[in-house]
Design a protein around this ligand. Structure first.
Ligand code: GLP
Length: 260
């Protein structure tokens, strides 16, 4: 079962995750981080920036991003390559050569998924994967119906996801129709999954992912198949969980040595 941690604020949740990642990188400077885009992980990146300022060295660490839009012009500020570069690579002082994002350029798009899978496998996989969850329940850009065995590939975004992400673009028309995303099977290979969700808007998707039936119709429910999952929530995002009293009880009575 996933461990569900409910923190008073998203900042507190982000600090918990950042402390864990910082100690991972201190123990293994060459650790590999799985990084996500969207607004949810931003406080984690901010907290990691503070850990860097306090002396944690990320220059030997590597990162793999979950996904990328297809067909945005090179260097577009909302391409996930650009977002990861701003929010993660530069902020943490990572080596850009060690930070990988799927290639969303139109030329060669047919092989983009396979190339990314090969790069991940050759590298030795991801130690800790940060995940947000979309309002459709998507992980990365694995929309409902995605196979739990799926690998990195081109997908068509749902209209709902395009509308959700239109806030980053001048208009809905500018939101790409396609993406390259790690598959659910790719994500499940990471050694530790950390799913973050904050705010009431995520409560239904979180409850379905954590407690609902395991179903391809709810891509987030794939986390139930992974042996090591930490779900970090604020009270609003946890509000629809049936067993939230038990999660709180387990959290309050957790052995100190366990960590996340
Ligand atoms: C995008 C990303 C997902 C992310 C989701 C939720 O669609 N591809 O990885 O989890 O948005 O975004 P937010 O965290 O902004 O709610």
């Amino acid at each position: 079962m996933a461990e569900v941690l409910v923190l008073d604020t998203k900042e507190a949740g982000a600090a918990l995750v950042a402390d864990h990642i910082a100690s991972l990188v201190r123990d293994n400077p060459r650790a590999t981080l799985g990084v996500a885009t969207g607004s949810t992980p931003l406080p984690v990146y901010q907290a990691l920036g503070e850990r860097r300022a306090a002396g944690v060295d990320f220059s030997q660490a590597s990162a793999f991003a979950l996904d990328e839009y297809v067909g945005l012009p090179d260097g577009h500020v909302e391409s996930y390559r650009a977002v990861i570069d701003r929010e993660v690579t530069q902020r943490l002082g990572m080596d850009p050569e060690r930070v990988h994002v799927p290639d969303g350029s139109q030329v060669g798009i047919e092989s983009a998924g396979e190339r990314y899978e090969q790069a991940m496998i050759a590298h030795g996989g991801v130690d800790i994967q940060l995940l947000g969850i979309g309002s459709t329940g998507h992980l990365g850009f694995n929309e409902p119906g995605s196979s739990f065995a799926s690998l990195t590939r081109v997908k068509t975004l749902t209209e709902q996801t395009r509308r959700d992400n239109a806030r980053f673009f001048a208009s809905l028309d500018e939101v790409p129709m396609h993406c390259v995303t790690q598959g659910l099977g790719t994500i499940l290979r990471a050694r530790h999954l950390v799913l973050l969700a904050f705010g009431e808007g995520k409560a239904a998707a979180v409850a379905a992912a954590v407690e609902g039936p395991v179903s391809a119709s709810m891509p987030g429910s794939a986390i139930q198949l992974h042996p090591k999952v930490t779900v970090v929530l604020d009270p609003a995002a946890a509000s629809a969980l049936r067993h939230r009293d038990y999660y709180r009880w387990a959290q309050d009575n957790k052995p100190d040595w366990q960590g996340i």
